[in-house]
Design a protein around this ligand. Structure first.
Ligand code: ADP
Ligand code: MG
Length: 220
C-alpha cells in the first residue's frame, strides 16, 4: 500500500473526523485529571486544519501536509496539547522529500513526532502523558519494520501499542502537565493526551485501509 501525499491528506481528514466524534470523551477524561478542555482544544485545532486545507494550493508532499497541520495546531490550539502536537507534526515532517513512505519512512515519521513531543514537554515514559502512547508506538513500529513488515503492518503495530500505552496510563501518577497538580489523585484515570494520540495513529492506519479500492494494490 502506498503512503503518499493522498494518504497524508486522508489521514488528516480522518483525524479531524475522529477527534470531532470523540470530543466529548476526550474532554471528559481531561475533566477528571485536568481542566476539561482537551477535546475542545483538539477539535478546534483540527477543524482549523480542515479550513486551512480548503484555502491553500493542494500540498504536493507528505511533509507539506504535516507542516500545515503543525503550524495550524500551534496557532489555533491553546494549552499544552497545541504546542506539543504542533511540534510533533513539525518534527514528523522530517520525512519531507520522500514522495512515498516505506516501512522505515513510517518509523522515521513516528520517531520525529516523539522527538518533537519530548523536546517540547520534557516528559519521559511513565509520567502519564501522551509520551506513554507515542513511545511504545515508535518501539513497536521499529520492531515491526526490523522484522520486514510492510507499511500497513508497521502502522498497525504502532496503533496497537499506542492503545495499550494509553490504557496503561490509568494506574499511573502524573508528574508532568496539569494532571500532576493532583498528585496521587491522578491515578485511576486514563490520560487524555495518550488517548488522543491513539486516535490520531488509528486514523493513519484507517487512511491506508480506506484508500480507493480501484487504486489499491496488495500490501508488500
Ligand atoms: P492543558 O493541560 O493545558 O489543558 P490539554 O488538556 O489540551 O492541555 O492537554 C493535556 C494533555 O497534554 C495531557 O493529557 C498530556 O497527555 C499532555 N501533556 C501535558 N504536559 C505534557 C508534557 N510535558 N509532555 C507531554 N505531554 C504532556
Ligand atoms: Mg486540559
Amino acid at each position: 500500500m502506498t503512503l503518499d501525499v493522498a494518504w497524508a491528506l486522508r489521514w488528516t481528514r480522518l483525524t479531524a473526523q475522529e477527534i470531532a466524534r470523540s470530543k466529548a470523551e476526550l474532554t471528559e477524561l481531561d475533566r477528571q485529571i485536568g481542566d476539561g478542555d482537551h477535546g475542545e482544544n483538539l477539535n478546534r485545532g483540527f477543524q482549523a486544519v480542515l479550513a486551512k486545507l480548503d484555502t491553500v494550493d493542494p500540498p504536493e508532499q507528505i511533509g507539506d501536509v504535516l507542516k500545515l497541520v503543525a503550524t495550524t495546531l500551534m496557532s489555533s490550539v491553546g494549552g499544552a496539547a497545541g504546542p506539543l502536537y504542533g511540534t510533533a507534526y513539525l518534527r514528523a515532517a522530517k520525512v519531507t522529500g520522500l514522495a512515498e513512505l516505506d516501512p522505515h519512512g513510517v518509523v522515521a515519521l513516528l520517531e520525529g513526532a516523539l522527538e518533537g513531543i519530548t523536546a517540547r514537554g520534557k516528559a519521559s515514559p511513565g509520567e502519564k502523558t501522551m509520551v506513554d502512547a507515542w513511545h511504545p508506538a515508535v518501539d513497536a513500529a521499529e520492531a515491526a519494520a526490523g522484522q520486514g513488515a510492510g507499511t500497513t503492518q508497521v502502522l498497525a503495530a504502532a496503533v496497537a501499542a499506542a492503545r495499550e500505552g494509553a490504557e496503561a496510563t490509568i494506574p499511573l501518577v502524573a508528574t508532568k502537565g496539569r494532571a500532576s497538580y493532583l498528585g496521587e489523585r491522578s491515578a485511576g484515570h486514563q490520560d487524555p493526551g495518550a488517548t488522543s494520540t491513539a486516535l490520531i495513529l488509528a486514523a493513519a492506519l484507517a487512511a491506508v485501509e480506506t484508500a480507493d479500492p480501484v487504486a489499491a494494490t496488495p500490501d508488500e
